[in-house]
Design a protein around this ligand. Structure first.
Ligand code: OKS
Ligand code: ZN
Length: 365
């Protein structure tokens, strides 16, 4: 399996985040990428690491990102740090303090938003205190989505050449599934899996034969951003298994089924805290059935391993063998599959658990 990565993804390294009122070291650290990469490199017969080529310009990164995110939001991500520092903000990072809550501001025009002060803009484009923007954040965010796009292109090319089952891994960081069309949060800025999905739908296609895509999200947290982006889109089915009543708290219920033409294309499986392998696997097989019925042209897996029993910020109790199982059932769907890295914070095990998913996929049937 080819594995795409980019060392520029290591640059984003905020000094802290705020958890339960405490300043703590940033869990979404560069070390995560390092340990996953190291684990895969130690198995060269299974995994071939490929550096993305960000200089060649062969993929229009910004053009692809704009298929998902608003231009005003992207301009904000690019300029936020410089404007923040010029305005007297901390050189550590951009971090908002006030959010446009529904009851505070029902509606703002783009020109009003553009005229806001840096701290107000930060609150407008961000929903929590877990996605600080540092001097280098934008570079890492663009490198991360370029990893997803490069892997997606590889998948589109190799699956077109009629290999029966093909998988490619995008070792993205920062992750993406909490990022909405114009919103950052939960360590996410650009929704890597969503941009890759749109890319695959547009690859070598006349608009009339646009392939459908399914996104299976096995991260512990609900992918509120991915849900929002495709909520009215019947061509992208989003299916998520996640913790009920945990972060991001306000999305992920079974009643969120999509809107307009997209009704039925969004499927949430909230699970209780403490969920173990057997319950998880049972629900996973329902999710797999949902996807089989949809029969997509591509499958994208939002791969979080923060479901592991020892994860420091999560509350499921999955064991190592469950990750091999996930890889196998994903393989059984028989679709060209793009694995996109999301969460997972237990540095001692995330490499092994990610490898188990990918190896389970590769060695199945
Ligand atoms: C509250 C806690 C932040 C948790 C972010 C979760 C990130 C993640 N500030 N998403 O999948 O792993
Ligand atoms: Zn997560």
């Amino acid at each position: 399996m080819k594995v795409f990565w980019d060392p520029i993804c290591l640059l984003h390294d905020p000094p802290y985040e705020i958890l339960s009122g405490d300043k703590v070291p940033y869990f979404e650290s560069p070390a995560r990428l390092q340990v996953i990469k190291k684990e895969l490199e130690e198995h060269p017969s299974l995994f071939q690491l490929e550096l993305t080529d960000s200089s060649s310009g062969s993929i229009d990164i910004i053009g692809n990102v704009e298929t998902v995110h608003g231009r005003g939001y992207l301009n904000y991500l690019r300029n936020a740090y410089d404007e923040w520092v010029r305005d007297g903000g901390s050189v550590d990072a951009v971090l908002p303090n006030t959010f446009p809550h529904q009851k505070l501001v029902p509606r703002l025009s783009q020109s009003h938003v553009d005229s806001l002060s840096p701290v107000a803009k930060a609150g407008y484009y961000c929903f929590d205190l877990s996605s600080p923007i540092t001097k280098v954040t934008y570079s890492s965010v663009i490198a991360s989505v370029n990893v997803a796009l490069s892997a997606a292109r590889e998948l589109a090319i190799t699956s077109g050449s009629c290999r029966p089952k093909v998988g490619v891994f995008a070792l993205c960081r920062p992750p993406g599934h909490h990022a909405g069309t114009s919103l950052s949060g939960g360590y996410c800025f650009v929704n890597n899996v969503a941009v890759a999905a749109r890319f695959l739908q547009g690859f070598n296609q006349r608009p009339t034969d646009k392939p459908s895509v399914a996104i299976l999200d096995v991260d512990y947290h609900h992918g509120n951003g991915t849900q929002e982006i495709f909520y009215s889109d019947p061509s992208v089915r989003y299916v998520s298994l996640h913790a009920e009543d945990d972060y991001p708290y306000f999305t992920g219920s079974t009643t969120e089924k999509g809107i307009d033409d997209g009704v039925g294309a969004n499927i949430n499986y909230p699970l209780p805290r403490g969920t173990q392998d057997s319950e998880y696997c049972a629900v996973l097989s329902n999710a797999v059935e949902d996807i089989k019925k949809f029969d997509p042209g591509y499958l994208l897996l939002s791969l979080g391993v923060d479901t592991f029993v020892d994860d420091p910020i999560s509350d499921f109790k999955l064991s190592p063998s469950c990750y091999t199982h996930i890889g196998r059932v994903v393989a059984d769907m028989g679709k060209p599959t793009l694995f996109v890295m999301e969460g997972g914070y237990h540095l001692e095990t995330i490499g092994k658990n990610v490898r188990a998913v990918l190896q389970g996929f590769e060695e199945q049937g």
